[in-house]
Design a protein around this ligand. Structure first.
Ligand SMILES: [Zn+2]
Length: 413
């Protein structure tokens, strides 16, 4: 029998298909032993927009107009997710704190409603425990410093509610940190990067054991935090600037600082940050993984899909069910099993453990209870209770306990 070219074409396709399946099989095998941890997912914000947070009206098994639902989570082998407690910049100095609390409440209610599939997590150990139970560890990240209204008390209270990372800004400046739009020239710098209060906030996050997230901040802030933070930091959803020069991405000099600090950059899948255009595909996302591995190391890479927070996602990565295809692509590009495992979750776990270790080492450090100077947050929606009545006195506020003691001492003389 003479074999026709068409026959060989069919054989070729079948062989290629089998090879592709081999990579996917290996991807699934690795994901069985190492948890996939994603840094950022905005499903809670979709539930706000679509249902005004009325979870009783939603079935996460059948919800189908979002990137994320329970069947997709299962198909994507999503072992742990930092859910974003995101509220828009428009809420700054208005109802940001209330709305953030509502998103935190919503994430807790998601876990309570689906106990077979989701389990609330607030430590590196919780992630591993959930993985053993075949449930998706559900962590909370706050996206934007406006959510704490320049209050260390708010930060601490949110930590008590289970929040484990704070993205220092969203796409607006806070009274103590500049956002990435400053680097585009469209927004003026207001804090020269990170203010004195911002530096104190980083120390307080170190003391609490909260991860510092540098997605969305200006390069100046990235560098300053990498200097002052005792613990390693994360970029929960940012890609490589050299591959797509969006100011939301991480420049090479910062990638090497992250490497020195042993942090993690969790690659964002949003088309606009993958290719700097409206179209992108899975392979182009893998290019970011390859690039970061080349200029830094596989030890600083993670996944930060930004699903349900963006309008456009790459071809081949349409929703959270597609992660194994991206893992298979990395294997096809000769990533070793160990490199893939680091990117899947080992890197994030290493950072989380280091953050917990710094927290433990600061156990005897008192909480920072000095409020932000009033003149830095003065606005019509903020009262000044607790602050001295005139401005000149308010600048002395950090010294006021000492003055009080002095006054008491003098009154006893
Ligand atoms: Zn974001």
């Amino acid at each position: 029998m003479r074999l026709t070219p068409a026959f060989w074409a069919v054989v070729g396709v079948l062989t290629l298909g089998a090879a592709a399946d081999q990579y996917r099989e290996r991807a699934l095998e690795l994901m069985r032993t190492t948890p996939l941890i994603d840094g950022h997912n905005d499903l809670p914000w979709q539930l706000k927009i679509l249902f005004n947070n009325q979870l009783n009206h939603v079935d996460l098994h059948s919800l189908n107009n979002t990137h994320t639902n329970i069947p997709k989570i299962k198909a994507g082998r999503l072992a742990a997710q930092f859910w974003a407690a995101y509220v828009p910049c428009e809420t700054q100095n208005k109802d940001a704190v209330r709305q953030t609390l509502e998103q935190i409440d919503l994430i807790h209610r998601m876990c309570d409603k689906y106990p077979e599939e989701l389990t609330f997590a607030e430590s590196s150990q919780d992630i591993m425990d959930a993985f053993v139970q075949n449930k998706t560890a559900s962590l909370i990240g706050i996206e934007g410093g406006h959510s704490i209204d320049s209050s260390l008390g708010s930060l601490r209270s949110m930590y008590l509610l289970g929040v484990r990372y704070l993205t220092l800004t969203h796409s607006c400046n806070t009274p103590w940190a500049d956002n990435w739009l400053v680097d585009t020239g469209s927004t003026p710098s207001e804090n020269n990067g990170l203010s004195e209060f911002g530096i104190r906030l980083i120390r307080e996050m170190n003391r609490l054991g909260m991860l510092v997230d540098l997605a969305h901040v200006s390069v100046e802030v990235m560098k300053k935090v990498l200097q002052v933070s005792e613990a390693p930091v994360i970029f929960s959803h940012s890609s490589a600037f050299a591959v797509c020069p969006s100011k939301r991405n991480v420049p090479d000099e910062v990638l090497s600082m992250v490497k020195d600090k042993q942090g993690v950059v969790m690659v964002n899948f949003y088309n606009d940050y993958v290719t700097c255009s409206s179209r992108a595909n899975l392979s182009q996302v893998a290019d970011h993984f390859d690039y970061i591995k080349k200029v830094a190391d596989a030890s600083i890479i993670g996944f930060g899909g930004d699903y349900d927070g963006v309008g456009r996602v790459p071809e081949g990565l349409e929703d959270v069910s597609k992660y194994p295809d991206l893992v298979a692509e990395l294997l096809r590009r000769n990533w070793s099993d160990q490199e893939v495992k680091m990117a899947l979750g080992e890197n994030l776990l290493r950072v989380f453990k280091a953050v917990e270790k710094v927290r433990d080492s600061m156990k005897r450090t008192a909480p920072d209870d000095v409020p932000i100077p009033y003149e830095q947050v003065q606005n019509p929606c903020r009262t000044s209770y607790g602050y001295p009545p005139d401005d000149s006195a308010s600048s002395l506020l950090p010294l006021s306990p000492m003055l009080l003691i002095l006054a008491q001492t003098l009154s006893h003389l």
